[in-house]
Design a protein around this ligand. Structure first.
Ligand code: HEM
Length: 133
C-alpha cells in the first residue's frame, strides 16, 4: 500500500491543501477572537507558516521531508487554545479537504494525524497537565 504521502499526491498537492487551510485558519474570526492567537497570527508571515505546516504534514504522512519547526507543545503553549477553538479549526480543515475532494480514507488518516496533536495544542488537555492559574 503506498504511503499516505503518495496517496495525497506528494508535496505539490500537500502544499496546495495547506495553502488553502492556513488562509482559512489565519482569517477565521472564531480563532482570532482569542487575542493571543490573533496577535501571533499577525506576527508570523503566512508563507513561513505554510512552509512549516507543509513540512510537518509531509513528514507525518510518510514523505521524505523532515520537520524542522518547533514542537506542537512549544509553539502553542502560550496561546491558551480552547476546545471550542479546536472545533473551529477542525471545521476549517473539513472545508479544505472537501474543497479539494480528498477521498474519505485519506481524509480519515489525515484527521487522525491532526487529532494526535490535540493534547499538545489545546490548553490544559495534556495528560498529567497541572492547572496553571
Ligand atoms: C485551534 C487550532 C490551532 C491554532 C489556533 C493554531 C495557531 C497557531 C499560531 C498562532 C502559531 C504561531 C505561534 C508563534 O509563532 O508564536 C502556530 C504555529 C504552528 N502551528 Fe498551529 N494552531 C492550531 C493547530 C495546529 C495544528 C493542528 C497543527 C498541525 C498538525 C499546527 C501546526 C503548527 C506549526 C507547524 C506551527 C509553527 C511552529 C514553529 O514556529 O516552529 N497548528 N499555530
Amino acid at each position: 500500500m503506498p504511503s499516505l504521502y503518495e496517496r495525497l499526491g506528494g508535496v505539490y498537492s500537500i502544499a496546495t491543501v495547506v495553502d488553502d487551510l492556513i488562509d482559512r485558519v489565519m482569517t477565521d474570526p472564531r480563532l482570532n477572537a482569542n487575542p493571543l492567537v490573533d496577535e501571533a497570527h499577525h506576527r508570523v508571515p503566512p508563507a513561513g507558516f505554510k512552509y512549516l505546516v507543509t513540512e510537518m504534514v509531509c513528514w507525518a504522512s510518510g514523505g521524505p521531508q523532515k520537520y524542522s519547526g518547533r514542537s506542537m507543545a512549544d509553539s502553542h503553549a502560550n496561546l491558551k487554545i480552547t476546545a471550542t477553538e479546536w472545533d473551529a479549526f477542525q471545521d476549517d480543515l473539513q472545508q479544505t479537504l472537501d474543497k479539494f475532494a480528498v477521498p474519505a480514507d485519506e481524509q480519515a488518516e489525515l484527521k487522525a494525524i491532526v487529532n494526535s496533536t490535540r493534547s499538545d495544542i489545546v490548553a490544559g488537555s495534556a495528560l498529567g497537565a497541572h492547572a496553571t492559574t
